[in-house]
Design a protein around this ligand. Structure first.
Ligand code: G3P
Ligand code: MG
Length: 245
């Protein structure tokens, strides 16, 4: 079972920051999940929400702020004053850090209503090409099926996963259309039958956001391959179960 850090290590670092990504490596975990969107001037940046309001000292929509405006913001103090120097990372910075720390990356293409999905995919494709990110070290995912279809077209050599809350009835058709590597869902929605069917069909199965080991022991038995967690330390320190085996 792979235990991955969600938005870095969200429980102990401000989410989607470089310090959060580095924390994953510090815990000796191999995978990190982060979210990417475009700034108003078309630069891919690492942030989850549609606005900067919750995770910085600024206000406004990510897609309506230029990179320069985004970079002025303090993306750490909202979490703890000790992180006051954190900035909203560019995708380029996040990719370089993953390469430096030898971290594998689940990059979530975060799409909100009205976003230009094609511009996002093209910009991400360009950044991945610029730093020659290893195709074995990246899984692209999105709740937005259209974004993943574009990813298939524009970045065909990178692995693709479809994100859902619960597994939909047409899961097989969606995964086939993407030529997908993985299926990603909320662990609270997943049934044993769904897990076993997805594994039987040959896909990797990733679950978010599992923070209490005792609640997902069964998922391990069902064949879930990766748990994405705000608190990966809880899995590392679980005395009842060897999650990393
Ligand atoms: O990629 C898994 C998980 O991050 C999806 O939900 O809202 O945390 O991006 P969210
Ligand atoms: Mg995410």
């Amino acid at each position: 079972m792979i235990i991955a850090g969600h938005r870095g290590v969200k429980s102990v670092c401000p989410e989607n920051t470089l310090v959060g990504i580095a924390k994953v490596a510090e815990l000796s975990l191999p995978w990190v999940e982060i979210d990417v969107q475009l700034s108003a001037d078309g630069v891919p940046v690492i942030i989850h929400d549609r606005t900067v309001n919750r995770c910085s000292n600024g206000r406004g929509k990510v897609g309506e702020l230029t990179l320069e405006q985004l970079r002025e913001l303090d993306a750490g103090s909202w979490f703890d004053a000790a992180f006051a120097n954190e900035r909203i990372p560019t995708l380029a910075e996040a990719l370089a850090l993953c390469q430096q720390l030898k971290l594998k990356l689940n990059l979530e293409l975060k799409v909100y209503r009205g976003d230009n999905v094609e511009a996002l995919c093209r910009a991400v494709a360009q950044q991945l090409a610029d730093c020659q990110f290893a195709s074995a070290d990246l899984v692209l995912s999105s709740f937005e099926h259209q974004a993943m279809l574009l990813a298939k077209q524009l970045m065909p050599h990178y692995l693709r996963g479809q994100l859902w809350e619960g597994v939909p009835r047409n899961w097989q058709a969606q995964l086939q259309a993407l030529d997908a590597y993985s299926a990603h869902c909320d662990w609270t929605h997943l049934s044993e039958a769904e897990a076993r069917a997805i594994k039987q069909a040959g896909y990797q199965l990733y679950c978010y956001t599992a923070n209490e080991p005792a609640k997902v022991r069964a998922h391990h038995q069902w064949g879930v391959d990766m748990l994405i967690s705000d608190s990966p330390q809880a899995f590392i320190n679980d005395r009842e179960h060897d999650w990393l085996a």
